[in-house]
Write a protein that binds this ligand. Sequence first.
Ligand SMILES: Cc1cc2nc3c(=O)[nH]c(=O)nc-3n(C[C@H](O)[C@H](O)[C@H](O)COP(=O)(O)OP(=O)(O)OC[C@H]3O[C@@H](n4cnc5c(N)ncnc54)[C@H](O)[C@@H]3O)c2cc1C
Length: 412
Amino acid sequence: MSRPIIVIGAGAAGIIAAWKAASEGATVLLIEKTDRIGTKILISGGGKCNITHAGSINHVLSAFRKNEANFIRPSCYRFTNEDIIDMLTDRGLRVYTRDDGRIFPVDQTAKDVVAILQAYLREANVHIKYNSPVEDIVAPGGRIQGVKVGGEMIPTDKVILCAGGSSYPKSGTTGDGYVWAKNLGHTIVPITAALAPVELLVKGERMKAGLALRNIILKAKLNGKEIARWQNDLLFTHRGVSGPTVLGITREIAERWQEGRHTLEVDFFPKQNFDQLLESANKFKSSNPNRLFRHFLDHEIPSAIVPVLLDSVDISLDTKNQYVSKKQINLLVQTLKGWEIGEVIEVLFDKGEVVAGGISLDEVDPQTMRSKVVKGLYLAGEVLDIAGPVGGYNLQAAWSTGFVAGETAAHD
Ligand SMILES: Cc1cc2nc3c(=O)[nH]c(=O)nc-3n(C[C@H](O)[C@H](O)[C@H](O)COP(=O)(O)OP(=O)(O)OC[C@H]3O[C@@H](n4cnc5c(N)ncnc54)[C@H](O)[C@@H]3O)c2cc1C
């Protein structure tokens, strides 16, 4: 084999990078630590794989922080959400778009996505080395010379680094890319958890694991001041909470972890402001003096939580409307708009869907994915300082940056 382009990591970014570079005529060696490609794609979206997000590229970019959006803009235009979907549907994958814009395979299995990608790699003649953890990238004087695997050096003058982040370490991602990049002179923006479940310290009794709250707003507060909010569902776990709302606010908590006490609050009624909800509660009270007040919460709040909420304002389950005071109603509405569910004692880094932080975007050319620090090094995917929200955004960032890295490396 002539000196190949070496792609490290067969995740979303590495697969597309390797396929693109090989399709452009380059000899490509894809080196993967585990025994398969796409390990994280297989567990993505709960095994269903939320491939990308629908809508215009500007719409997709608007989900990212500004600096991240600016960085991935050129690559997302170069290889769009439609491009990845076309690539997969051309080979028979059927996809559908959920109301919230998330795109999934109709048959709900990530295996089909990975099988198609595997076929693309085969047809493009990408050589794949499995079970081969790369040990180091060798670049004396800031110029790529090779990659160390199994104690031996494989010579090359181009490396595309797609080793991913460091959450879910059992899937192969143990942050190796950060270490090499740092040793080669890159700046690593501190790594924090993102899109992760949390453990909570609760005052009273814990809610039963598995209990779900639908379409609520979850607010994260730092020393009592709101720092993030997310609207969707929440799931109680044995020691804390998870679900889309929780994943939506953990990056902000993790980034400001040292600054104080983080608490979580639920707004059960996102569609009504305080005054509107107060009016509804007062109307309910005056509608029928003999009706049990607790029925005000019917259909809105899971029955397991109703006693807890009422108890917090000294209303019992058998209290009739006529015996509920204005003050109690006022307090209850306050609770319904901001029920503190506990203090965050840990953001579960390992269980995060992604990590925030990584190789500084200032040191990578967004048009080409070339490192500005090391000649012959290209970077793509989660190893970079990019972390989008839940919704197919992170895979899209990996597909797009991988495509551009592969294309550039093939032509340099
Ligand atoms: C549970 C879960 C669910 C998710 N669901 C979704 C979703 O539905 N939609 C979405 O958009 N995003 C989702 N994500 C995030 C998404 O999977 C990642 O953003 C994406 O996989 C990043 O792609 P990547 O190619 O940069 O890294 P990865 O996919 O993590 O790939 C990196 C690869 O590098 C390999 N590697 C690491 N070190 C070495 C080494 N030393 N030598 C050789 N190989 C190495 C790893 O084994 C791995 O295969 C999810 C993540 C998780 C954990």
